[in-house]
Design a protein around this ligand. Structure first.
Ligand SMILES: Nc1ncnc2c1ncn2[C@@H]1O[C@H](COP(=O)(O)OP(=O)(O)OP(=O)(O)O)[C@@H](O)[C@H]1O
Length: 234
């Protein structure tokens, strides 16, 4: 089976500084894959390369086997790779509804996601549609960020640290939504520092350590000590 999205020997540089070293990664259609790792391990840099926010070699990233690496971010969204960025990055002077609709500009097909189906997934957003985004709670803002990416009908949804700074109850809600999005067939890649959240959501995991993959496999294949060793290095 051909992977939906794959990286081959992917590298990310910021000037002379190398953040990601030769990462081989894939996600199959319908899968949820989690990338775990400590602060600075290169997880966000990897997702930024996948979403075109940092440069990479054309043949470092393959979508359906075709090279897409190095394309600008808007082209990546248009080809079906949408990012929920770390820290949400909502438009603060816009309403919840308008934030969601902004994502329609990147529409890459029709996989059943539109304003109404997203509000069915997150009913609170329908209630709050006319409020300014910053008036929502952190968890609700995260729902807006997920909805804004989802409304582009991506083939792959990339989520960067969606549990960061949220209460345990909000983390639970956000991950319940991720499970529902997966159930409806969307392929998902999450970057997550919360091990428990990652392991329970993902079919497979990759652990990053100092810009390299230190462990990869099915989420249920490793015991905690193996994962911690790959996470912290030992
Ligand atoms: N814009 C940038 N310019 C220079 N170096 C950067 C830049 N962004 C990240 N880095 C460096 O790249 C390395 C990897 O950072 P990255 O943010 O990808 O890690 P991470 O695993 O996502 O960590 P975090 O969970 O803190 O986001 C770090 O050493 C970081 O300092």
């Amino acid at each position: 089976m051909m992977a939906l999205l794959e990286t081959k020997n992917l590298e990310v540089f910021y000037g002379d500084f190398q953040a990601v070293f030769g990462v081989d990664f894939h996600v199959n259609e319908g899968e949820t894959v989690a990338i775990i790792g400590a602060n600075g391990a290169g997880k966000s840099s990897f997702l930024k390369a996948l979403s075109g926010l940092v440069k990479s070699r054309p043949d470092g990233i393959l979508l359906d086997g075709k090279p897409v690496g190095g394309k600008p971010a808007f082209d990546m969204v248009k080809s079906g790779i949408a990012l929920v960025p770390e820290g949400r990055r909502l438009f603060p002077s816009m309403s919840v509804g308008d934030n969601l609709r902004m994502g329609e500009n990147g529409k890459s097909g029709d996989r059943g996601w539109n304003y109404e189906t997203i509000c069915d997934l997150f009913p609170i957003l329908r209630e709050r549609a006319d409020q300014l985004a910053p008036t929502l709670s952190g968890g609700q803002q995260q729902m807006v960020a997920i909805g804004r990416a989802l409304i582009s009908n991506p083939r792959v949804l990339l989520c960067d640290e969606i549990s960061l700074g949220l209460s345990p109850a909000a983390v639970k809600d956000v991950y319940a939504a991720i499970a529902e999005i997966k159930k409806r067939g969307t392929t998902i890649v999450i970057v997550e520092q919360d091990l428990n959240a990652a392991l329970s959501a993902a079919d497979r995991i990759y652990c990053f350590l100092e810009g390299k993959v230190s462990l990869a496999g099915r989420a249920d294949e490793f015991d905690r000590s193996q994962i911690l060793a790959a996470y912290f290095g030992s």
